[in-house]
Design a protein. Structure first.
Length: 290
């Protein structure tokens, strides 16, 4: 195993005494890439390598993820509101206030689009991959495996004690072929202990499902802002064999952003940027370069 997962320099932003790790590669118009759970900036390694000769690629690890600090509550509350505040503080620190292209996956869509809703003029382009920025579609039920992880003590114990969520994701989120052993290891590496899996669990436990859940109001406000992006160029790349972000979510995106350019990958899973990298990376490259 090599000492580094990617050939990029690490940068750290002091976020109220916590270290938020991020990549900052290349020059040009900024492309901000936001990961979900249980991934980290490693998910975007191939896209950064492709784009950094023409764009400034900024890729944070959310607090508790990747190479960022992993504080235990109550030192950090792991709420959606805090995630959006973290992103806002980082982009302000880096002076990224215009011509920002957002690339988002999983929880990254909720966090990134909540930021976008508050900075509409700053957003130049949007790229969405198996994500959401609106409440659970009416025709979609939460998968039982995710319900157990979110709502039961057994689920919480399995995530933090046995790393079940990360291991299961590394297996079921790709469909075309298994992850190579070294890639799978790097997805798991940051989450190698009970303490280091705190964000993995908190991301699951804080999924906003009903109006009384913390963060639901942010999702509702973000959804209400989506019409403001009716003229914002948007690319959607979707793995159709995702058991969580299933086709119902894609249908909702198409309803909300009917102008979007959509590419479906019938045999790809949730980690569409792993399953279909050879197709998705060139699509994003061409989209951002137009």
């Amino acid at each position: 195993m090599v000492a580094r997962p990617y050939p990029f320099a690490s940068h750290y932003f002091d976020r109220d005494g916590l270290k938020l790790h991020y990549l900052d590669e290349g020059t040009g118009d900024p492309v901000v890439m936001l990961h979900g759970n249980p991934t980290w900036s490693y998910y975007y390694r191939n896209l950064v390598a492709d784009l950094r000769d023409r764009f400034r690629c900024v890729v944070p690890d959310h607090i508790g993820c990747g190479f960022s600090d992993k504080p235990q509550p109550p030192r950090y509350d792991y709420s959606l509101a805090s995630r959006v505040d973290d992103l806002t503080a980082l982009l302000d620190h880096l002076g990224l206030r215009e011509n920002v292209s957002l690339v988002m996956h999983d929880w990254g869509g909720m966090i990134g689009m909540a930021w976008a809703a508050r900075h509409v003029p700053a957003v130049r382009r949007i790229v969405l991959m198996n994500t959401a920025a609106f409440p659970l579609p009416k025709t979609k039920r939460m998968p039982f495996r995710l319900w157990v992880a979110r709502n039961t003590r057994l689920g919480a114990w399995l995530i933090r004690s046995r790393n079940l969520f990360c291991r299961h994701a590394a297996d079921v989120c790709v469909k075309r072929r298994p992850l190579p052993a070294d890639v799978r290891e790097w997805y798991l590496r940051p989450y190698d202990s009970w303490d280091n899996r705190v964000a993995v669990l908190k991301f699951v436990q804080t999924i906003p499902l009903k109006s009384t859940d913390p963060g639901y109001e942010i999702i509702a406000e973000t959804e209400a802002t989506l019409p403001k992006f009716a003229k914002t160029p948007t690319l959607i790349c979707w793995g159709m064999k995702d058991f969580v972000f299933s086709p119902e979510f894609l249908e909702e995106w198409e309803r909300q952003l009917p102008h979007a350019e959509v590419h479906r990958f019938a045999d790809a899973g949730h980690y569409v940027l792993e399953d279909a990298a050879d197709e998705v990376v060139p699509l994003i490259d061409r989209f951002l370069s137009r």
